[in-house]
Design a binder for this molecule. Structure first.
Ligand code: AHG
Ligand code: MN
Ligand code: MN
Length: 322
């Protein structure tokens, strides 16, 4: 099986970018080990702190953030980082070319129940001559991403990665510490009978999403004329991985549950990297009204509605929003 560096070199991926991706993965290998140790390493449970978004931080949120932050900043390959668990961007090497936004631990409500979690990352080039301390270097649409991926810490540790030449899966060989290519061209099937949404929010959705989901649930007695199945892992990494493997539609739509927080998922380190992976595998990623990767961000922790997955099913859902 082929290792990650030669696969990327063959693609013509710049060496500095390969080194940066390998740096992210070095941290992810350590995270994979810590997560795998579970209660044995004393990392389960919550801290007494909240992040800037008002969410209680799990011990693993803090630990994984620190691991990624330290290794990235020490490497010299990043000009700046942005993280879910950092209030502000953090400056790195002024001479480095790339910036990285990451969700160090996605699905952290799953940590204490030994269920799926992952790390999501997005890499962009910094504008020439930009000040590493200037947060506006992150205010670029997702279509500028040069690489995006996640590492899913499941029964096996799997990396989904794109550098703009398709979406690939690599599986961590834990005996040798190397990521090996296990799927060269991930392709999201265009049609699906599977949807993923947190249905407990149903009464708070907008009419378009209410109507769409009602029609799925009506199954063969409704306008769709066939039955649909539902899955919800409560970790976007797990749900998106399933969609990449066997198709589906995943959505965290706008809702009115908390007027101060109409959307849940964050653009820079959740929606954008997942959108690139999905599009590179032939799927669609939209807010309901626009392509996610076309959004011009105006804040580091900006949130957006997300509807992504199988092409034909996402298009059907978008028709309800017209
Ligand atoms: P995080 O753990 O990084 O805060 O992200 C959790 C996100 C996402 O992964 C998942 O799809 C969603 O929150 C689950 O939300 P609910 O708990 O509302 O189902
Ligand atoms: Mn997350
Ligand atoms: Mn997180």
């Amino acid at each position: 099986m082929r290792r990650l560096p030669p696969v990327l070199l063959e693609d013509g991926c710049p060496r500095e970018l390969i080194s940066l991706i390998r740096t992210v993965l070095a941290a992810c290998k350590e995270i994979s080990f810590r997560v795998g140790q579970g209660a044995l390493s004393g990392v389960l449970g919550s801290t007494l702190d909240e992040n800037i978004q008002g969410e209680t931080q799990k011990k693993l949120d803090v630990l994984t953030n620190q691991l990624l932050k330290d290794i990235l900043l020490e490497s010299g390959y990043v000009k700046a980082i942005a993280s879910e668990e950092e209030d502000f961007t953090v400056a790195g090497n002024p001479d480095a070319k790339y910036i990285v936004a990451f969700d160090p631990l996605d699905g952290s409500s799953n940590t204490d129940i030994n269920s799926l979690v992952g790390t999501i990352f997005s890499i962009m080039a910094a504008p020439d001559g930009a000040d590493p301390a200037d947060p506006s270097i992150f205010m670029q649409p997702g279509k500028n991403q040069v690489a995006a991926g996640y590492v899913l810490y499941g029964p096996s540790t799997v990396l989904a990665l794109t550098t703009g030449k398709g979406t690939r899966f690599f599986t961590l060989d834990k005996t040798h510490g190397t990521f090996l290519l296990t799927e060269d061209f991930a392709k999201v099937p265009e049609d699906t009978s599977e949807f993923a949404i947190n249905a407990s929010n149903q009464r708070h959705w907008q009419p378009a999403m209410q109507n769409y989901i009602n029609d799925l649930i009506a199954g063969d007695t409704g306008p769709r004329g066939r039955n649909f199945n539902m899955r919800w892992i409560a970790a976007m990494v797990g749900d998106v991985h399933r969609v990449l493997c066997r198709g589906g539609i995943f959505t965290y739509p706008t809702d009115t549950k908390d007027p101060n927080k109409p959307n849940k998922l964050r653009l820079l380190y959740e929606a954008n990297p997942m959108a690139m992976l999905i599009e590179q595998a032939g799927g669609i990623a939209s807010t309901g009204t626009e392509r996610i990767m076309d959004i011009q961000p105006d804040a580091i922790h900006q949130r957006v509605a997300v509807i992504l997955g199988s092409k034909n099913e996402v298009e059907t859902c978008l028709n309800y929003h017209k």
